[in-house]
Design a protein around this ligand. Structure first.
Ligand code: FES
Ligand code: MG
Length: 584
């Protein structure tokens, strides 16, 4: 709104109101001890804080919010922190992913319903970053993200231990007798030794990098450890900057363009990022009317090598990544190779290329550590070895595989299917020494998709059968309509779409059918003829609806398939930030 030359902020519809309304809006705020001056028309900045003791990766965000507040006050704004739900990955059942869309709805509605002119989004654990971005994009008020930062490197018996990644390794060690229960119990404490989110290049670190690559958080924000004082410094800078963004009216819709998403997709390839980024980026793009499809994720990355040598694909952790230059170093290298759109505007008000020229965010800025962040001309892994999108009669709407986390010898494989209708059905028999599975078997886990589970959990990388682990088998082909943790590894085909629960071909696979995986040719096929598949389809019955009320019902009725981002159809697009009708 403008009144002559003077901008009237959105928040003034509340705090500048005359009469009874204005009194109600201001008076109760004053019970917190704010003086009259905070209502004078200065930018009111919400600080959306997903801190929760039930989401340990986000537990420290209340302290980060205090740093943001300092910055907002400094720049002449009025900061107001508010809690949002937190979708913690480790505790929530059946899966935090079931609640990503709920959190996004909450973030969107809280921003719109309140007297805010701009918002700082504080997230950490996997789903919390995309949920915040989705919600904020659908309101389209100026917004800047501050992710909470990774944990310090885990250390156990002189070795670096990666959160998530070592859970799988320790589990294997336990099963094969290389580790005792007591050693495992001790090691789990060594893995998570500070505040912060997973410090592997799992989904949380990936989405933090995605937020930075999209231009939604300040340069360097993704990598600072949660407990590094410079995490607080950058949070304070974000608080200062959001006030400027409100003055400039710089909104997510100007930042989140098609080109920004293309940048993020390429950066995900360069950092060896999580397969979950495909789903989250697609969902965020849907909120701003940018159409991403799975093919984009395959085609855009074919020329991009993996530069970053981090677990689960490599050996280092986020602390090393930070000291090696963090994401700005990766962006600089990709820009040098003309692999990014450098003219993309970011929350700084400058372009991504300008940011990269001026960012001195770590002691090592501009000087790439050759082992942690490699150069384009001698990359950690060559172009074309990252995430690949598969097609074929088993996945007509696509499936995904992270090649860098797979075994090269299994990327082309032909083997008999052994089908499990749920992950639980597999776990029941996985340790049976008589299990009718050998190393050529393709383990199919179905009904783990968005609608089927519900919520598309990270269950795809089931551990290998105990008898094969003991025999020294280290990897097998697994196929699933669910997801895999960003910290996971193995030759695992994920996100099969459509999922089994809606009648995707995965529902039609029988034990013993031959599955043909050909990643170089981007193909996943079932060697069963069409007539037989049609016969099977005719006798297929959709699983009974298990959720007839409550949020799970809303979810199963509205969730879209993995290739569409697993958002609710009715949440696509932006609903803007018009001031709602008066409340009293
Ligand atoms: Fe929260 Fe890994 S469990 S980031
Ligand atoms: Mg995860």
């Amino acid at each position: 709104m403008t009144d002559g030359q003077k901008t009237i902020r959105r928040s003034q519809a509340w705090f500048g109101a005359k009469g009874r309304s204005g009194m109600v809006y201001r008076s109760w705020m004053r019970n917190q001890g704010f003086g009259n001056e905070v209502f004078d028309g200065r930018p009111v900045i919400g600080i959306a804080t997903s801190a929760s003791e039930l989401a340990p990766c986000n537990a420290h965000l209340t302290r980060v919010a205090e740093a943001v507040k300092r910055g907002v006050w400094q720049a002449g704004g009025f900061p107001l922190a508010f809690p949002t739900m937190a979708t913690g990955e480790t505790l929530m059942r059946p899966t935090a992913m079931l609640y990503r869309n709920l959190m996004a709805m909450e973030v969107e509605e809280l921003i719109r319903a309140n007297p805010l002119d701009g918002v700082v989004l504080l997230s950490g654990c996997d789903k919390t970053t995309p949920a915040m971005l989705m919600g904020a994009a659908s309101v389209d008020l100026p917004a800047v993200m501050v992710t909470g930062g990774p944990m310090l490197n885990g250390k156990y018996r002189g070795q670096d231990v990666g959160s998530g990644t070592h859970v799988w390794k320790f589990e294997e060690d336990l099963k094969t007798g290389r580790m005792t229960e007591e050693e495992c119990f001790f090691a789990e404490g060594c893995m998570a030794r500070s505040n912060g989110h997973c410090m592997t290049m799992g989904t949380a670190s990936t989405m933090a990098c995605m937020a930075e690559a999209l231009g939604m958080q300040l340069p360097g924000s993704a990598a600072w450890p949660a407990v590094d004082s410079r995490r607080m410094e950058i949070a304070q800078a974000a608080g200062q900057r959001i006030v400027g963004m409100v003055e400039e009216e710089l909104r997510p819709s100007q930042i989140l363009t098609r080109e920004a998403f293309e940048n993020a997709i390429r950066v995900n390839a360069a950092i060896g990022g999580s397969t979950n980024a495909l789903i989250h980026l697609t969902a965020i793009a849907g909120r701003v009317g940018v159409e991403l499809n799975l093919q984009d994720f395959d085609e855009l990355v074919r020329a991009v090598p993996t530069l970053v040598n981090l677990m689960p694909s490599g050996k280092y952790l986020m602390e090393d990544f930070c000291y090696a230059g963090g994401l700005p170093a990766v962006l600089a290298e990709l820009l040098g190779g003309e692999l990014l759109h450098g003219e993309q505007i970011t929350v700084t008000g400058r372009t991504i290329a300008e940011n990269t020229e001026t960012t001195e965010n770590t002691e090592n800025a501009g000087r790439i550590d050759s082992d942690v962040i490699t150069r384009l001309d001698a990359p950690f892994q060559p172009a074309g070895t990252g995430i690949a999108v598969l097609r074929g009669n088993l996945c007509p709407d696509g499936a995904v595989i992270k090649q860098s986390a797979a075994s090269p010898h299994l990327l082309t494989h032909r083997g008999p299917a052994r089908v499990f209708d749920s992950p639980e059905a597999y776990h029941e028999v996985a340790d049976d020494p008589e299990l009718d599975i050998d190393e050529n078997t393709v383990i199919v886990i179905r009904n783990a998709g968005p609608k089927g589970y519900p919520g598309m959990p990270e269950v795809a990388n089931v551990p290998l059968p105990a008898k094969l682990l003991k025999a020294g088998v280290t990897d097998m082909v697994r196929i699933c309509d669910g997801r895999m943790s960003g910290t996971g590894y193995g030759t695992v085909v994920l996100h099969v779409a459509p999922e089994a629960a809606v009648g995707g071909p995965l529902a039609l696979v029988h034990d013993g059918d031959t599955v043909v995986l050909d990643v170089p040719n981007r193909s996943l096929r079932l060697d069963v003829d069409d007539a037989e598949l049609t016969r099977r389809r005719q006798s297929w019955k959709a699983p009974a609806e298990r959720h007839t009320s409550g949020y799970s019902w809303l979810y199963t009725q509205n969730v879209e398939q993995a290739d569409q981002g697993a958002d609710f159809g009715f949440l696509r697009g932006s609903r803007g930030h018009e001031v709602p009708r008066d409340s009293h």
